[in-house]
Design a protein around this ligand. Structure first.
Ligand code: 5AD
Ligand code: SF4
Length: 523
């Protein structure tokens, strides 16, 4: 489509990432012309919902927007507002629709504003239909498989809806530079056209586009995309597609590049990191990748998530045990303690398999912190099934656990399972589970009281400042001169200190245990 407009003067390259660099350049010219018109920089704001993958995607989207020339705004009163959505549970969807109403009001006062939606929710047909019907003010919709196309989609949006500066003249006069004399041609106002670009799937991985880190000292690194496991409750394989692994050399080079810019901690990201590398032309195990990452000079901490218990190898445990920089923390979602339910969930392990795995990991790495995800109220869950889950929690001595109420996702097998559990029973079990989990995590945290441990200082305590999604983040701290950091085992520690410590690893005494976090003192 876009090629038709610019052929033959300046055809867009077909290959990625060159194609996107072409559109980044086009957008730079448009944004520059708009800056001249407004007499100020254009701004963007991204609200991110959901998991680490989405937060990583948002860093990539921010990288492209900054390359184009947008500056980050603190809130949604920006020229370009993007919602990166999650659909793993229903409440994530509801929050997005709620926020969209607010954005609509903002836009009615500021019609020049561009509103875009992307992420997992957009991979669901019914969501896109709802937005097209009831939220007509949304300008651009794209999914999880084409986030690399942001510049192209923005350009397409401008081409269809807005005044585009006389780019051809500018480009033909000086191919490399942005021309100071670009003027905005006034065109008659056209009917607003939404740009919608959703791919059902992809085997493409686009490397080398810009990305903007939220913190200068730590980075998430995608090692693979998608999931092949089809747990019966989960929508991820439908919205994120089949597993695709990045080549180890691309991953290593990206990390080395980050380290050269000051990054000391990386988190290797994948829905199931343990099946990394299986489908590569030259297959390689996750354990081997981790070993290679551990060799990178200058890197101080390596984390990874998520591990599926069915694929966690002895080789990985061995590498974790012997590595110099791999954190002694593993996130190992159990989902349920009932072998009967695990089968219905298609998790491919039993309660006994899981507990044996826990034993094996602890025997090899005694100080390991194990965390998990648990779902309450999966269809058909009986009191006995639930008791099995409580039993696993007690046995596994989790350092912490994310607990979720089962959420029916349209299109997943479990949505049509009989015996959906009633709300009251779920609520009761959820409360009981939370109590058990809190007891475990307090016990774990208490076992460290008085120790001096290395902490990566991450930020000044955020107090009541809003996070990216517009929610208030409540502070744990009594005053506002506290820093927040993380131990190797992922536990949070707050302590007094100056901003210049942010990004460094320092020794902190764990003075006062507050359940799932600590107050500490720098030693
Ligand atoms: N309902 C509740 N929790 C879910 N999860 C995934 N799908 C659902 C669902 N339909 C949880 C799982 C997973 C975590 C990321 O989200 O526990 O590990
Ligand atoms: Fe969802 Fe299961 Fe894949 Fe995790 S492993 S993303 S729970 S399907």
């Amino acid at each position: 489509m876009i090629d038709e407009v610019y052929t033959p003067l300046d055809p867009a390259p077909e290959l990625e990432p060159e194609r996107q660099f072409f559109f980044i350049k086009k957008m730079q010219e448009i944004v520059f012309a708009k800056e001249q018109e407004y007499g100020r920089k254009l701004t963007y704001h991204i609200s991110t919902f959901g998991c680490q993958m989405n937060f990583k995607d948002s860093e990539k989207l921010a990288g492209v927007l900054e390359e184009i020339g947008f500056a980050e705004a603190d809130d949604e009163k920006a020229d370009f507002c993007l919602y990166n959505t999650c659909t793993v549970r229903e409440n994530a969807n509801s929050r997005v629709y709620g926020r969209l109403g607010y954005l609509g009001k903002l836009k009615s006062r500021k019609p020049e504003m561009i509103i875009a939606m992307c992420g997992c929710m957009m991979q669901e047909e019914h969501v896109v239909e709802t937005i097209k019907k009831s939220y007509r003010f949304v300008d651009i919709i794209f999914g999880t498989h084409n986030i690399y196309k942001l510049a192209e989609l923005l350009f397409e949006y401008y081409r269809q809806n807005r005044d585009i500066p006389d780019i051809r003249k500018a480009v033909s006069q000086n191919d490399n530079n942005i021309n100071d004399n670009i003027t905005v041609k006034k065109k008659p106002v056209k009917k607003h056209k939404m740009v919608v670009d959703i791919l059902k799937g992809t085997d493409k991985i686009v490397e080398e586009l810009p990305s903007k880190l939220k913190a200068s000292f730590k980075a998430g690194i995608n090692i693979m995309f998608g999931c092949n496991n089809f747990c019966t409750y989960c929508i991820v394989p439908y919205v994120r597609g089949r597993e695709r692994s990045r080549k180890p050399e691309d991953i290593i080079n990206e990390i080395k590049d980050f380290v050269s810019k000051g990054v000391i901690e990386v988190m290797l990201l994948g829905q199931n990191v343990n099946s990394y590398g299986k489908n590569l032309e030259n297959p390689i195990s996750f354990a081997e990748l981790l070993r290679q990452v551990d060799e990178i000079e200058g890197l101080k901490r390596i984390r990874f998530m998520t591990s599926h218990p069915k694929d966690l190898s002895d080789e990985l445990i061995e590498v974790m045990k012997n590595a110099k920089h791999v954190c002694h923390h593993i996130h190992l979602p159990v989902q349920s303690g009932s072998s009967r339910l695990l089968k219905k969930m298609n998790r491919v392990y039993s309660k006994e398999d899981y507990l044996k795995l826990i034993d094996k990991i602890r025997a090899a790495i005694p100080d390991i912190a194990i965390t998990t995800d648990i779902i309450v109220g999966f269809p058909g869950e009986t009191e006995e099934d639930f008791e099995e889950t409580l039993d696993v929690v007690r046995y596994s001595k989790y350092a912490s656990a994310f607990t979720f109420i089962y959420s029916k996702r349209t299109g997943t097998p479990a949505a049509s399972f009989p015996d959906q559990v009633d709300e009251k029973t779920i609520k009761d079990r959820f409360d009981r589970l939370l109590k058990e989990v809190n007891t475990c995590s307090e016990e774990y945290a208490m076992s460290l009281e008085g120790k001096v441990m290395p902490v990566l200082v991450e930020e000044r305590d955020r107090g009541e400042n809003p996070d990216g999604t517009g929610n208030a983040v409540k502070s744990n701290c009594p005053e506002d001169n506290y820093l927040t950091g993380r131990l190797d085992n992922n536990l949070l520690v707050h302590f007094k200190g100056s901003n210049d410590l942010i990004g460094q690893i320092i020794n902190v005494k764990l003075s006062e245990c507050k359940g799932f976090y600590y107050f500490g003192d720098i030693v």
